[in-house]
Design a protein around this ligand. Structure first.
Ligand SMILES: Cc1cc2nc3c(=O)[nH]c(=O)nc-3n(C[C@H](O)[C@H](O)[C@H](O)COP(=O)(O)OP(=O)(O)OC[C@H]3O[C@@H](n4cnc5c(N)ncnc54)[C@H](O)[C@@H]3O)c2cc1C
Length: 399
């Protein structure tokens, strides 16, 4: 860039840090401003489909990921009450053969740590902590971010990667109106050694049932099991990853479900609950020299497991655009938006639709559930539904 000012990234989550790695590797200067006083992700898992590992590998992170990831051989389905199990689809070598890169499972903190290390290896002082951005200004040739501490920083341009409650989105376009979906998500981690052998398998398991859904998968080399469940409930509307609930409340939400589900619940260290809110696609993500990325512009329900992966894809594309149009960030952001909007909108839409397949009152009946498995959840159908997601190559897009 002609200017001496760096690119400012607001938010040091998965999206902001991946963007920083991608930009620094292209020789562009960045500073990441993170509101938290210490660098840490929430204790939870994240699935990274082949479309996400394709980007992370292109950024040179394959070796670091391999030390901490789990490579599940397959995904299975279970019946909410009887516990009957069906093989759903193959992952492991089958994913690599089909898509070129694997589908992996990570502890969010491990992925975050790998990204922090990668940023600092390229620029040791790139991440500034305890900087909550509260307002912005932009001029014809620069932007200024103001922080709650009273400090300010000038930049060539700015990327708001500050998550679902984005302050940058609010500064640019107003607060928006999320809609409560009538569902609440629970999450928690379980030490694998506490689980009986038949539950400590290194596979991903989805439990189908009425009014709720349970998903569990191993993370951190298989030392922990990540548990997520979603239940229809309208008495909890707080959208936060850090609000604690109790095991008793979680167990009550899944009363009548198979004993194995309750073995997981009984062994969770701390269960956290999060109200699921939906937001429609935004008309624009950018204004002048400022754009948005990840959950800040296309937050999604978790029914495709692609929110973080979309932020990772965005990161690669926005970095490629800024490099290509380095004298003109406005054009770079317009091109980035053009490339990414349709795909991320499709993920948001399909994730919303998928909700009705993972839980519906009709699945209460055993026969209906088995018929649904035979109809909707066959490996061949899954390929049709998921190939468009996993085949996408953010690293090969012409910008
Ligand atoms: C139950 C559940 C399960 C999920 N499972 C998956 C999955 O398996 N796979 C997947 O791909 N995705 C999953 N997701 C989605 C995924 O968690 C998000 O899409 C992803 O974290 C978005 O990354 P981000 O960097 O955009 O935002 P965030 O991860 O939210 O990061 C934003 C960062 O910005 C900082 N920040 C916020 N405001 C400011 C400010 N004003 N100034 C400075 N810093 C600020 C925050 O502290 C944070 O560090 C799941 C989501 C849910 C709810």
């Amino acid at each position: 860039m002609a200017s001496v000012n760096p690119i400012l990234i607001i938010g040091g989550g998965i999206g902001g840090l991946t963007t920083a790695v991608a930009l620094l590797q292209r020789g562009l200067d960045v500073v990441v401003y993170e509101q938290a006083p210490v660098l840490r992700e929430v204790g939870a898992g994240v699935q990274i489909g082949s479309n996400g590992t394709r980007v992370l590998f292109a950024l040179g992170l394959e070796r670091a990921l391999r030390k901490l990831q789990v490579l599940p051989p397959r995904r299975q389905l279970r019946h909410w009450r009887t516990g009957e199990t069906w093989n759903w689809f193959d992952l492991g070598a089958a994913s690599v053969e089909r898509f070129g890169t694997p589908h992996i499972l990570m502890h969010r903190n491990d992925l975050h740590g790998i990204l922090v290390e990668a940023v600092r290896a390229l620029k040791p002082d790139a991440i500034k902590l305890g900087r909550k951005c509260v307002s912005l200004e932009q001029r014809a040739d620069a932007v200024t971010a103001h922080f709650a501490s009273g400090e300010a920083a000038d930049g060539e341009c700015l990327i708001g990667a500050d998550g679902i409650h984005s302050q940058i989105r609010q500064c640019l376009f107003g607060a928006g109106k999320p809609e409560f979906t009538g569902s609440v998500a629970w999450r928690g981690l379980i030490a694998m050694e506490r689980l009986p052998p038949h539950l400590s398998q290194l596979v991903t398991t989805n439990w189908l049932g009425p009014h709720g859904h349970v998903l569990h998968y191993p993370v951190r080399r298989g030392e922990l099991m990540n548990f997520i469940s979603i239940v229809e409930r309208d008495d909890w509307r707080v959208e936060s990853w850090i609000v604690e609930g109790t095991r008793e409340e979680l167990a009550a939400d899944f009363r009548g479900w198979h004993a194995d589900v309750h073995s997981f619940i009984d062994n969770i260290d701390t269960p956290y609950k999060w109200a699921l809110l939906a937001r429609g696609p935004m008309e624009r993500w950018s204004k002048g020299r400022i754009t948005l990325l990840g959950d800040a512009c296309h937050p999604t329900l978790p029914f495709l497991g692609q929110g973080a992966v979309m932020a990772i894809e965005d990161a690669y594309v926005v970095a490629a655009c800024l490099k290509r149009y380095s004298a003109d960030p406005e054009t770079a952001f317009a091109r980035y938006e053009e490339i990414r909007k349709e795909r991320t909108a499709a993920v948001v839409r399909k994730s919303h639709e998928n909700r009705w397949h993972v839980f519906s009152p009709a699945l209460a009946d055993s026969g209906a559930l088995a018929a649904e498995v035979a109809r909707y959840w066959q490996q061949e159908h899954v390929k049709e539904r998921l190939d468009w997601l996993y085949q996408y190559d953010a690293t090969a897009i012409a910008v």
